[in-house]
Design a protein around this ligand. Structure first.
Ligand code: ADP
Ligand code: ZN
Length: 218
C-alpha cells in the first residue's frame, strides 16, 4: 500500500462520511479535513468566525462561500496536506466552492471524487438517533437505554445530540444538500472524476468498497 491520496467525499448528512473518512485517513496516512469539524472547533474556541458559524450551523444553514474557501485554501496549503494529500469531507458543498477548489488544486489535482450514496429515508433515521462526543467527535447511536449523562468511551467527554440533528434542522440540511450540493455530483461526473459508492451496509464493507474504488483511480 502506497500512502498518500487526494480525495473528496460527497454524500448526504448521515451517509457515514465522518466515520469512513477517519478510517480512510488512517489507511492512506493523510489528514482528514472536515470543514464541519473545523467550524465546530472554532465555535468552541469562541473565535469571531466560530461565533458567526455556530448560529448558521445550529439552524442547519450554510456558511458563506468566501469564508469556507479561505478556510480550506489555508488548510490545504499546510505541509501535511500539501505533501501527503488529504481527505476532504464537507467541502465543496456548492458549485462556487467546487470552482474555487479547481483553482486551488490546479497543480496537484484530486484523484477521485466519491459520492457516498445513501437514500434520504435511511439517513433521516440515522441522524435522529445519532449522538456525538462533544470533545473528540466520536459518533454513537442512541437506543433509548443510555445512562444520562452519557460519557464517551474514547475520551470521557459528554455525548450529546448535535443541535442540527434535531428534526427541523435535519430536513433543512437535507433540502440544502439536494439543492446546493447534489449538483456537484453532475459537475464532477462531467469532468470524469466521479465514482459512486453505496454507503448502505456494514461500515467494514463500505470501507472496503471505498478503498477498492480509490485503488482503481489513484
Ligand atoms: P453535515 O454534513 O452532517 O451537515 P458537517 O459537520 O459536515 O455536517 O457540517 C456541519 C455544518 O457546518 C453544516 O450544516 C454547515 O452549516 C457548516 N458547513 C460545513 N462545511 C461547509 C461548507 N463547505 N460550506 C458551508 N457550510 C459548511
Ligand atoms: Zn470523546
Amino acid at each position: 500500500m502506497i500512502p498518500g491520496a487526494r480525495l473528496i467525499i460527497l454524500g448526504r448528512q448521515g451517509a457515514g462520511k465522518g466515520t469512513q473518512c477517519v478510517r480512510l485517513s488512517r489507511h492512506y496516512v493523510v489528514p482528514h479535513i472536515s470543514t464541519g469539524d473545523m467550524l465546530r472547533a472554532a465555535a468552541r474556541e469562541g473565535t469571531e468566525l466560530g461565533l458567526t458559524a455556530k448560529k448558521i450551523m445550529d439552524d442547519g444553514g450554510l456558511v458563506g462561500d468566501e469564508i469556507m474557501i479561505g478556510l480550506v485554501d489555508e488548510r490545504l496549503d499546510k505541509a501535511d496536506a500539501d505533501t501527503r494529500g488529504y481527505i476532504l469531507d464537507g467541502f465543496p458543498r456548492t458549485v462556487a466552492q467546487a470552482q474555487a477548489l479547481d483553482r486551488i488544486t490546479a497543480e496537484k489535482p484530486i484523484n477521485v471524487v466519491i459520492d457516498l450514496d445513501v437514500p434520504r429515508e435511511i439517513v433521516v433515521e440515522r441522524l435522529s438517533s445519532r449522538r456525538v462526543c462533544r470533545d473528540c467527535g466520536t459518533n454513537y447511536t442512541a437506543t433509548g437505554n443510555e445512562r444520562s449523562p452519557w460519557i464517551c468511551d474514547v475520551c470521557g467527554g459528554d455525548v450529546t445530540q448535535r443541535a442540527d440533528d434535531h428534526p427541523d434542522a435535519v430536513n433543512r440540511r437535507l433540502d440544502l444538500y439536494e439543492s446546493q450540493t447534489a449538483p456537484l455530483i453532475e459537475y464532477y461526473r462531467e469532468q470524469g472524476m466521479l465514482a459512486v459508492v453505496s454507503g448502505v451496509g456494514q461500515p467494514e464493507h463500505v470501507f472496503r468498497r471505498l478503498t477498492d474504488t480509490v485503488e482503481a483511480w489513484r
